[in-house]
Design a protein around this ligand. Sequence first.
Ligand code: GLU
Length: 426
Amino acid sequence: MVADKAPDSQNKYNDKLDVLKSTQTVVQIALEKLGYPEEVFELLKEPIRMMTVRIPVRMDDDSIKIFTGYRAQHNDAVGPTKGGVRFHPAVTEKEVKALSIWMSLKAGIVDLPYGGGKGGIVCDPREMSFRELEGLSRGYVRAISQIVGPTKDIPAPDVFTNPQIMAWMMDEYSRIDEFNNPGFITGKPIVLGGSHGRESATAKGVTICIDEAVKKKNMEVKGARVVIQGFGNAGSFLAKFLHDSGAKVIGISDAYAGLHDPDGLDIDYLLDRRDSFGTVTKLFSNTITNKELLELDCDILVPAAVENQITEENAYNIKASIIVEAANGPTTLDATKILSERGILLVPDVLASAGGVTVSYFEWVQNNQGYYWSEEEVEEKLHKVMVKGFNSVYNAAETRRVDMRLAAYMVGVRKMAEASRFRGWI
Ligand code: GLU
């Protein structure tokens, strides 16, 4: 017997958790339904460009550590590619590729003049000092500088990256370019050309989708019991917005554990105590697991953490009637099918989390024109864009009789396929 070979069922299970494979599957079905020939899928199934870099950083103890980083550019037929850079120990090449495809779909759904891009560095920023993070951020920009830029590919924040990291990256790029170039990256601090409303934009976009989804289900946000998985940028702002609009946030979690109170958690206290990576549960002893959190009795569930959280193993136990995906890829395809058969309204990631890149686009426009907008202006524009995106996906799901994920892919892929065709690529 071959002892080190995974059993077949395990291989199949791993395949289901392969985010690139599942994304490709849905892209293929979406293109088929839209009537595109096979070569369109051949073009769109992988990024057109993928760069792997090795970044040496001098650590605080004077040793040199070499980090691996990636930048994927999915398709630039519509415009420059755009998407965040994540700093996380679990980053893989495949994941970055899938994330770049999702960015293309987001841009398509909310109709931004971009293709998708994504970057990632394998590292654990929770264990690095400020100076080490600066070295890593600058080193990454030097390594990828030839393929990025305000008219080529525009990075932004993602998991465990923030405005300070964007500032270092912008400064490094401006040095290479020999002039101040704020449009190279978005999610910057306001004083360096950042946009009002960018930090809370992903969460704002999610709340707009929740508002639209509850209308479809004849429910109300006020008094709704909400569970949010993840207390990072999206999860924490979202908890605040929902709490302020009268929803009862009964469960939240971080990477380590979850907190539950059926009468509603003290969100302001938790926000005050969370660290910059969204960790807060370590302060409590009466915690629940992340698995238990997802299965709590609630009305609205928002996975706002990492991939593959709702799978065929727990999809039957989910109690929520609405799921809005603030994270990228939190639900597997099997689980999507189960949830849709159970009549649960699932607002997919590529739509629900598009608020971040939308305000990033506003930031880039402001940088390009050198004229800056007020917070109200940004919010009003974001609202319009998200409502329009939600309705185009919802209507496509209704008329084509498909679930919201497939509908979102169909809406998202169209412009890119058309632009690639007009350019004569396919
Ligand atoms: N990282 C965010 C996302 O996944 C934002 C990307 C951006 O602002 O360009 O959508």
